[in-house]
Design a protein around this ligand. Structure first.
Ligand SMILES: Cc1cc2nc3c(=O)[nH]c(=O)nc-3n(C[C@H](O)[C@H](O)[C@H](O)COP(=O)(O)O)c2cc1C
Length: 414
C-alpha cells in the first residue's frame, strides 16, 4: 500500500499526503529581508508538484541577526500583504505551509551583522573561525527579547494565513546552541543542567502558543545528536523531546548536526550504522526509539531517496511524515512522482568546487541550491548539472557587494 498518499490531520489542518518539503533557505529576499514575487513563484512550483506541506526556508526573527544576506525577516507587519500572497499560493493547491522561524545565534558569517550573539562566547574551530566570529554572550534581557520576537513573528505568520510555524531548534542555530553543552556554558537559569538548557526552547514554544490561536500549528526541528564529542547526550535529547511533547508541540522534525558537523547533509554518512544506510534516511533509528516516548507527530528528514524507503519508514511507524529537501531543488514534481511509485531521479551528491577549504564548509550546499531556487522561482527548469565553481564565484561577488554597501550605509547614518 502506498502510505505516502494517505492523509494526516493535526488540530484542524489536514495534510493531503505525507510528503513535506524540509526547510531550505531560499536566499531570495533583498537585504531588508522582504519576501517578493520570487518566493511566490518558487512555492507555487512546489505546490503544483503535489507536496502535502512545505516548510519555508528559515525566516529570521531579528534583523540584527541574519544568517545570510537574502533571508526573509519578520519583525513587524511591514510585509503582511506579500506574506498573505505567499500563504495563498499554498492554499490554492492544497499544500500546507509552515514558516520556519529562526535565530542563527553564532552561525552568522562575519561582516553581515554588526555583532554576533549566542548563549556563550564560544569560538569556532580555526577553519570555521575564518568565516564565523566568536559571539558575544547574550544578556538575560536580550534572551527575553528574542523569545518575544519568536512569538511576535508567529502571530504575524498566522495573520498572514499560514497554517503554522516551525521553530528552528536544530543545526547549531540559537535554540540548538542553548541545548548543547558545547555552545552553552552559562551559569544562570539558561545553562548548566539539561532542564536549564532546554528552558529557552520551552519558553519560545510557550510564548508562540500564547501569541497564536488554538488551531495554529506549532512545530519544531530538533537534532537527534550534535555529532560532536562532548555534545548533548542521547539521554538529554530524549529529555528535550519529551519535554516539548508534554508542553504540547504538534510535530517534531528530526535532524542532526551543525555547521561544524553537518550530519544533516549526510556528511558523517560513513559513521552511520549499517541498518540506517540500508534504510536511506540518516535519523530513522533515532526516530524509531523516540517514537515510543512521544505522542506528537514525527517527521524525519535527511537521505530519503526511494518511494520504497519512504513507504517502509511510514509503515514501520517510526514517523508520520517524510521530509525531503535537496531532491526538491532539482525536481519540483517529486511528490507526484513518488506517490506514483517512482524514485528520486538525480542523485544528491556533495557540492564540490575543487577548492578544499571551501568544500569543507557547509556553504556550498546552501548557495548551489539557492541558485536552483532562483531559477525555479523565475519559472524556468532547474539545472542539476550547474557548475559549483561558477556558483561560488558569483556568491563571493554578491557577498562582497552586500558587505561594502552595508559599510557605506552605516558610515552615512553614523
Ligand atoms: C540549500 C539548503 C538550505 C537549507 N536551509 C535550511 C534551513 O533554512 N533550515 C533548516 O532547518 N534546514 C535547512 N537545510 C537542511 C534541510 O532541511 C535538510 O535537513 C537536509 O538537506 C537533509 O535533507 P535531504 O537529504 O532531503 O536534503 C538546508 C539544506 C540545504 C541543502
Amino acid at each position: 500500500m502506498n502510505q505516502l498518499s494517505s492523509t494526516f490531520k493535526i488540530r484542524n489542518t489536514t495534510f493531503k499526503n505525507r510528503i513535506i518539503k524540509g526547510a531550505m533557505s531560499e536566499a531570495l529576499a533583498n537585504t531588508a529581508g522582504e519576501p517578493n514575487h520570487l518566493h511566490l513563484g518558487l512555492y507555487e512550483a512546489w505546490a503544483k508538484g503535489g507536496l502535502g506541506c512545505a516548510i519555508t526556508g528559515n525566516v529570521m526573527v531579528d534583523f540584527r541577526a541574519k544568517n545570510e544576506p537574502g533571508v526573509v525577516v519578520i519583525e513587524t507587519e511591514r510585509d503582511l500583504a506579500k506574506l498573505k500572497q505567499w500563504a495563498e499560493v499554498g492554499k490554492k493547491h492544497g499544500m500546507v505551509q509552515l514558516i520556519q522561524l529562526s535565530h542563527p545565534g553564532r552561525q552568522c558569517p562575519k561582516g553581515l551583522n554588526k555583532e554576533t550573539v549566542a548563549p556563550s562566547a564560544v569560538p569556532f574551530s580555526p577553519m570555521l573561525a575564518t568565516t564565523f566570529a566568536t559571539p558575544r554572550e547574550l544578556t538575560e534581557t536580550e534572551i527575553l527579547d528574542i523569545i518575544q520576537r519568536f512569538a511576535n513573528a508567529a502571530a504575524i505568520c498566522e495573520k498572514a494565513g499560514f497554517e503554522g510555524v516551525q521553530l528552528h531548534g536544530a543545526h547549531g542555530y540559537l535554540i540548538s546552541e542553548f541545548l548543547s553543552p558545547l555552545t552553552n556554558k552559562r551559569q544562570d537559569q539558561w545553562g548548566g543542567s539539561i532542564e536549564n538548557r532546554s528552558r529557552f526552547l520551552l519558553e519560545v514554544y510557550k510564548a508562540v502558543r500564547t501569541a497564536t490561536s488554538k488551531d495554529f500549528l506549532v512545530t519544531v526541528k530538533l537534532n537527534s545528536a550534535d555529532f560532536q564529542r562532548g555534545g548533548i547526550t542521547e539521554e538529554e535529547v530524549i529529555y528535550v523531546f519529551k519535554a516539548i511533547d508534554e508542553a504540547g508541540i504538534d510535530l517534531i522534525e528530526i535532524s542532526g548536526g551543525s555547521y561544524e558537523a553537518p550530519a544533516m547533509a549526510g556528511v558523517k554518512a560513513d559513521k552511520r550504522k549499517q541498518s540506517t544506510v540500508a534504510r536511506e534516511a540518516y535519523f530513522l533509528d533515532f526516530a524509531e526509539s523516540i517514537r515510543k516516548q512521544v505522542k506528537c507527530a514525527l517527521m524525519v528528514t535527511g537521505g530519503f531517496r526511494t518511494a520504497k524507503g519512504m513507504n517502509d519508514a511510514l509503515a514501520s511507524g517510526a514517523c508520520d511524515f517524510i521530509g525531503l529537501a535537496r531532491p526538491l531543488a532539482v525536481e519540483t514534481d517529486l511528490a507526484h512522482e513518488l506517490i506514483a511509485g517512482q524514485n528520486v531521479k538525480y542523485a544528491v551528491k556533495p557540492i564540490k568546487t575543487g577548492i578544499p577549504m571551501v568544500d569543507k564548509m557547509a556553504i556550498m550546499e546552501i548557495i548551489w541550491y539557492a541558485a536552483q531556487f532562483k531559477t525555479i522561482a523565475e519559472g524556468k527548469a532547474p539545472n542539476p548539472k550547474l557548475s559549483p565553481l561558477k556558483v561560488f564565484f558569483k556568491y563571493l561577488k554578491g557577498n562582497l557587494t552586500a558587505v561594502v554597501k552595508g559599510q557605506l550605509n552605516s558610515r552615512k547614518s553614523a
